[in-house]
Design a protein around this ligand. Structure first.
Ligand SMILES: Nc1ncnc2c1ncn2[C@@H]1O[C@H](COP(=O)(O)OP(=O)(O)OP(=O)(O)O)[C@@H](O)[C@H]1O
Ligand SMILES: [Mg+2]
Length: 231
């Protein structure tokens, strides 16, 4: 039976208003609210419309409670290898029991290959992808450059600078939390071409963020729905 996402948001953040198309990046230093925001975004109709499955690569194990409440199927990479058909019927939380970057990278690789080969309509949440991107660089690149329209990537990372540039350049929307490392701020400014973010991002408190869509930044949030998708 298809798992359902919870109807009621459980956190006190403003409803995400990112557009219903494209890949999304969620960047910010640890504990500033990325995962909270991402879960809210998944609960919104925009990201999960059109019968899309949601697949979470739970690199740190901190999505467990939310996925449990939402009725996700829990699997390891090995279990997914044995029963890939669950991707067609369920939302799946891909567990990484030893929480090593190598194992998380392997889980993402497997998921990405299945999703891409079968053209599954889905949102793939690459949680804390910065910690394991080096182990799944090719698959990340493939989903980022060839995944749409069937697969939307939600790239969540503490350090945008360690997300491969070829992936960053494919992000159609960003949710930006507190960032103060020069390399990370630079990576964001490079993608958005908005130099004013260099002053804004280091001063954001917990939970505060800026949303950016395809070259347009507005302060404060939310952004209006995007009308067209860049080719
Ligand atoms: N909008 C908000 N207002 C107040 N507190 C918030 C808000 N968003 C998140 N928090 C709180 O901040 C803490 C960190 O949130 P969250 O786990 O989402 O951060 P994170 O960026 O994903 O951290 P990490 O990188 O360590 O996974 C949590 O205690 C959460 O409840
Ligand atoms: Mg988090």
């Amino acid at each position: 039976m298809r798992a359902k996402l919870p109807q009621k948001p459980r956190a006190t953040v403003a409803p995400p208003r990112l557009p219903g198309v494209g890949h999304v990046g969620v960047f910010g230093k640890t504990q500033f609210g990325k995962s909270t925001w991402t879960r809210k975004a998944l609960e919104s109709a925009e990201l999960t419309s059109a019968g899309r499955r949601v697949f979470v690569v739970d690199a740190k194990g901190d999505w467990r409670a939310w996925c449990l409440a939402a009725g996700f199927m829990f699997m390891t990479a090995d279990e997914l290898l044995q029963a890939p058909g669950y991707l067609l019927t369920d939302n799946v939380c891909l567990m990484v029991p030893d929480r090593t970057p190598r194992a998380a990278g392997r889980a993402f690789r497997l998921l990405a290959r299945l999703v891409h080969a079968r053209q599954i309509q889905c949102v793939v949440v690459a949680e804390e992808v910065g910690s394991y991107a080096e182990f799944c660089r090719e698959e990340l690149h493939t989903l980022a450059t060839q995944g749409l329209p069937h697969c939307r990537l939600l790239v969540v990372a503490q350090r945008p600078a360690v997300v491969p540039k070829t992936v960053r350049s494919q992000l159609d929307a960003l949710a930006l939390f507190h960032l103060d490392e020069p390399g990370d701020v630079e990576a964001v400014v490079e993608r958005t071409r908005d130099e004013s973010l260099a002053a804004v991002l280091p001063s954001l408190p917990v939970g505060a963020h800026r949303e950016w869509v395809a070259g347009l930044v507005q302060h404060p949030n939310p952004l209006p729905p995007k009308e067209s998708h860049p080719s």
